[in-house]
Design a protein around this ligand. Structure first.
Ligand code: GLY
Ligand code: MN
Ligand code: MN
Length: 468
């Protein structure tokens, strides 16, 4: 955790943004994988972690705006538990580390505080719970039905939390930089291991080991696949074949749970074919061009469309698309090849604050989410502010099922050369993802060194021996 002043300051800032009432912030609890004693690796709720810093299951934060008090509710370990867990600090001691002094109570006491507030007609602010346990907990505390729960979610609190968490502080940026350092090691190791005959799982396991050695572990389940055209492919079942491309989308989380999120794509043989390089360089230019354009005040939606223009221009030169670039982009024809968004915010979550609702995180009154195929998948569309941390992740994919559907239904038929597309059906996919910090003017790429990205750099790295 950070120094206690960080958490005190963050809670003070939150109280300033909420007019009145109680702010209920439940942390996560252990979740059984297949039986109670075999739990998933514990991951704290990011908003609880942001305001209360304790990476420990079973604690609830409660902030009283009018009384200006910050409280923690949780049960100290019993001797029967300590036999299994070893000595554990009392909640009172934990509270002191994050600036909650003298305001720690048992979970049992929380119910009566909430009931009293309800009787007094006070507003109880809470965020949309995304885990079953937390849904039950909030529903039981407030005495509302599961169905009604979402009606009581506090949009005022969502907006306040987003406005604080989306602007990264110096110490948060330093953490993300650390996650980027680990990401560098993970991706260069993947490049060094990649060769025909190796199993995807050997590479996935090696990079997961690096993430664990350096911090909390993986930011999310890595994608390590010679089927890069399957956008979120969590399986590592293939033995890499000559002629294929390997796509690796992976990031690390630090001990304080800040994340990186990078993607690189490499030729299994260690050398790109001209056909692969032609597509690769279009994606690389879309990535580089986005970094040239990121600056406060522009919308990320407009930068998605700029990336789409780069892709449309490149694919036109390869005779895969036809017509004017503006028409291709306006009609969404490029989305056959890039059906996802240009990026998302990054921080305590890999998709930062996605649990709070993308319409509040990635969009606002000025920028609405598009309903168009492709652009509609963009998670972050709003205007950029200094302190935003974002991913930049353009890609080009040849998804046989999607191509077949569009061809059959003549979707955007005027713009697509299906005869040429037919030569690419077994190409796979390319994505190149880096992480950006928006500055007062322009942006900065996060990470001390950029992960090798030009075809020459990738090929050179692939010639090196992996060290563990
Ligand atoms: N792996 C998910 C993403 O890059 O957004
Ligand atoms: Mn990614
Ligand atoms: Mn990403």
């Amino acid at each position: 955790m950070f120094q206690k002043e960080t958490y005190i300051r963050r809670r003070q800032a939150l109280k300033k943004k909420i007019k009145k009432g109680l702010i209920l912030l439940p942390g996560n609890v252990e979740a059984p994988a297949n039986y109670a004693a075999n739990t998933y690796k514990f991951l704290q709720d990011s908003t609880f972690l942001y305001f209360f810093g304790l990476d420990i299951p079973g604690i609830v934060g409660l902030i009283d705006v009018e009384a200006d008090t910050d409280c923690l509710y949780g049960d100290d370990f019993t001797i029967d538990q300590i036999i299994w867990t070893g000595p554990q600090p009392a909640l009172r001691e934990l509270g002191e580390k994050v600036g909650v002094i003298g305001n720690t109570y048992t979970l049992f006491e929380l119910q009566s505080v909430i009931l009293k507030a309800i009787k007094q007609g006070r507003k109880i602010h809470f965020l949309p719970p995304y885990r079953s346990h937390n849904k039950m907990q909030v529903k039981n505390l407030l005495g509302v039905s599961s169905r009604a729960l979402e009606n009581y979610v506090s949009v005022e609190l969502i907006r306040a939390v987003v406005s604080l968490r989306e602007i990264k502080e110096e110490e948060e940026i330093a953490e993300i930089e650390k996650a980027c350092e680990t990401g560098y090691r993970m991706h260069t190791t993947a490049m060094k291991l990649c060769r025909p005959g190796i199993n995807e799982r050997e590479i996935a396991g090696a990079i997961e080991g690096i993430a664990l050695r350096k911090g909390w572990g993986l930011a999310f389940t890595s994608i390590v696949s010679e089927h890069g055209e399957i956008l979120h492919n969590p399986h590592y079942t293939n033995r890499l074949k000559p002629g294929r491309l390997l796509l690796v989308d992976a990031g690390a989380a630090t001990d304080r749970c800040y994340n990186s999120d990078f993607t690189r794509t490499m030729p299994v043989d260690g050398v790109f074919t001209q056909k692969q390089k032609d597509i690769y360089n279009i994606v690389l230019e879309a990535n580089n061009n986005t970094f040239r354009l990121i600056t406060p005040g522009v919308t990320y939606q407009s930068l998605h469309l700029e990336a789409a223009k780069v892709i449309a221009t490149g694919l036109k030169e390869l005779n895969l698309l036809k017509g004017s670039v503006d028409d291709i982009v306006q009609n969404g024809a490029y989305a056959l090849f890039m059906p996802h968004g240009l990026g998302h915010q990054l921080g305590l979550d890999a998709h930062d604050m996605e649990d709070l609702g993308e319409r509040y995180v990635g969009y606002n009154d000025k920028t609405e989410r598009s309903s168009m195929f492709g652009l509609g998948s963009l998670r972050m569309g709003r205007e950029l502010l200094p302190g935003h941390v974002l991913t930049v992740e353009p890609g080009i994919y040849f998804i046989p099922q999607l191509i077949q559907k569009w061809q059959k239904e003549r979707i955007n038929a005027a713009f697509i050369n299906y005869d040429t597309v037919a030569d690419y059906l077994d190409f796979g996919g390319i994505r190149l993802e880096d992480n950006a910090l928006v500055l007062k003017k322009g942006c900065r790429m996060l990470g001390k060194k950029r992960i090798p990205i030009t075809p020459d750099e990738v090929e050179e790295t692939m010639r090196q021996e992996a060290e563990f």
